[in-house]
Design a binder for this molecule. Structure first.
Ligand code: HEM
Length: 422
């Protein structure tokens, strides 16, 4: 969705825009600590206008950044396994990651090069002199962080929320272990790939001896430079993707943020579902346009629901076409995605490519589907059950990776990610 529009096409209010850009969160945080939030937002805007913090998203806040933040251009997703049995090492790692993330969010080096020329530098250096590029860090805990092979690894199993369980398997799933699960995850997003890669590399360096990399995937969207005017990004099937999504603070409170009732440490956090979905581009590219439109239930070029004119028009699922059939087919992706409208999620997807599948000499590409919600089992799962059963899109996609993570609320200066859990 564009910076300035809501799904219904109306312009976002200034407050909603602040929310999506993260400045609202900053204001709320400052407000909570007793300083006037409106004044703080005003100052934030002044500074942004001066270009000082234009490309920085604050790391500290009520919520972790990278969820309500308008999606940046690049993403690295890392899934990690813990190799330590010692909870204090895990705690120390999160403290170090928090400090490093905050520095990188401000485009600062992680250490001083000149301290001692006979030890490796504390920062690997490839982001030196580059801007923060709106980098965000979103940390999550997988079900296996709490319990692995029947063992309560860190004595925290009783704090595992019921919402944090492995997803069931759905019809048609072709899930591969190498793209699934993980004790921990970090989603790093930035408007510059080198800045994002530098961050991931340094987080891994800091974690050496405590965590190992289980799997990793990069994702992309169009860059700001390539965009003639702000618009909804297109996926690799050429369709606008992200039109219907929560946009206001009220939406986020209803759909995305946990109120902590299931587990106090998850207050202001959210549950992430990650699906690595391969898109069969060669098959799709041989499919005629009408079938492509019917598959999604939207027009490829404009993004409008079938039977309507504009992208943000409300879909009319009762409208009939000239043949007397529903304009939006009953097995189309948006019809099944909507259902009766009672389950909603925040989708924050990126395209991926791993270049080529050598076994088939075909492109290996698709969608890193990431959704955030209060409860995957009440939101993502029922939607995916409907889709797995009868979505027309199934002919052109394969779900090959799956993971679920609990992403706690943000931390305040002086605290660290997950401090409410440990
Ligand atoms: C490669 C796989 C997928 C592709 C290419 C894709 C693409 C799209 C597109 C183009 C739209 C219409 C525009 C929009 O509102 O953003 C859409 C809508 C939607 N998709 Fe997907 N999607 C994929 C997988 C999924 C999955 C796995 C889910 C969740 C289980 C999902 C849930 C939804 C929902 C809830 C909507 C909005 C429906 C509405 O209320 O109008 N999608 N998707």
């Amino acid at each position: 969705m564009s910076d300035e529009q809501r799904p219904n096409g109306k312009k976002l209010t200034r407050r909603e825009m602040l929310y999506r850009t993260g400045a609202g969160g900053l204001g709320l945080l400052i407000g909570a600590s007793g300083v006037g939030s409106i004044a703080a937002i005003g100052k934030t805007l002044d500074k942004e206008q001066e270009g000082q913090i234009e490309d920085q998203v604050p790391f500290y806040g009520k919520h972790q950044a990278g969820i309500a933040t308008k999606p940046q251009t690049y993403m690295y997703f890392i899934s990690l396994d813990l190799t330590t049995k010692n909870i204090s090492e895990v705690r120390d790692l999160f403290k170090e990651w928090t400090m490093a993330s905050e520095k990188m969010a401000q485009a600062k080096l992680l250490g001083d090069y000149s301290n001692n020329p006979y030890i490796p530098p504390e920062d690997t250096g490839e982001a030196a002199g580059l801007s923060a590029s709106k980098i965000t860090f979103t940390y999550g805990f997988g079900p296996t962080f709490f319990e692995k092979e029947g063992s309560d690894r860190f004595g925290l199993a009783n704090r595992k929320p019921n919402q944090l369980r492995s997803l069931p398997s759905f019809p048609g799933d072709e899930i591969e272990k190498e793209w699934s699960g993980g004790d921990l995850c970090v989603q790093v997003c930035a408007n510059d790939q080198q800045v994002a890669f530098h961050a991931v590399r340094n987080l891994l360096r800091i974690g050496r001896g405590v965590v190992t990399l289980k799997w990793m995937q990069s994702g992309f969207q169009r860059t700001k430079q390539a965009e003639k005017k702000p618009s909804t990004p297109r996926n690799l099937f050429g369709f606008k993707d992200g039109t219907v999504n929560p946009s206001t603070e009220e939406d986020f409170n209803q759909i995305v943020w946990s109120n902590g009732s299931e587990a106090a440490w998850m207050k202001n956090g959210s549950y992430m579902v990650m699906r690595r979905i391969r898109m069969l581009l060669e098959v799709w590219d041989r499919t005629h346009l009408k079938e492509q439109n019917n598959t999604f239930g939207r027009e490829k070029v404009s993004g409008a629901p079938l039977g309507q004119q504009n992208e943000f028009d409300e879909p009319d699922f009762h409208k009939k076409n000239e043949k007397g059939e529903p304009s939006i087919p009953v097995d189309s992706h948006v019809k099944l995605g909507r259902g009766d409208g009672s389950q909603k999620i925040l989708r924050r997807a990126y395209s991926y490519t791993s270049e080529m599948d050598p076994t088939r000499a075909q492109l290996d590409a698709g969608l890193l589907f990431i959704s955030y919600q209060k409860d995957p089992f009440k939101q993502f799962v029922p939607i995916q059950k409907r889709m797995a059963k009868s979505d027309r899109l199934n002919e052109y996609i394969r779900h090959i990776g799956s993971a679920v993570f609990a992403c706690p609320g943000g931390s305040a200066r002086g605290g660290y990610i997950g401090d409410q859990l440990f």
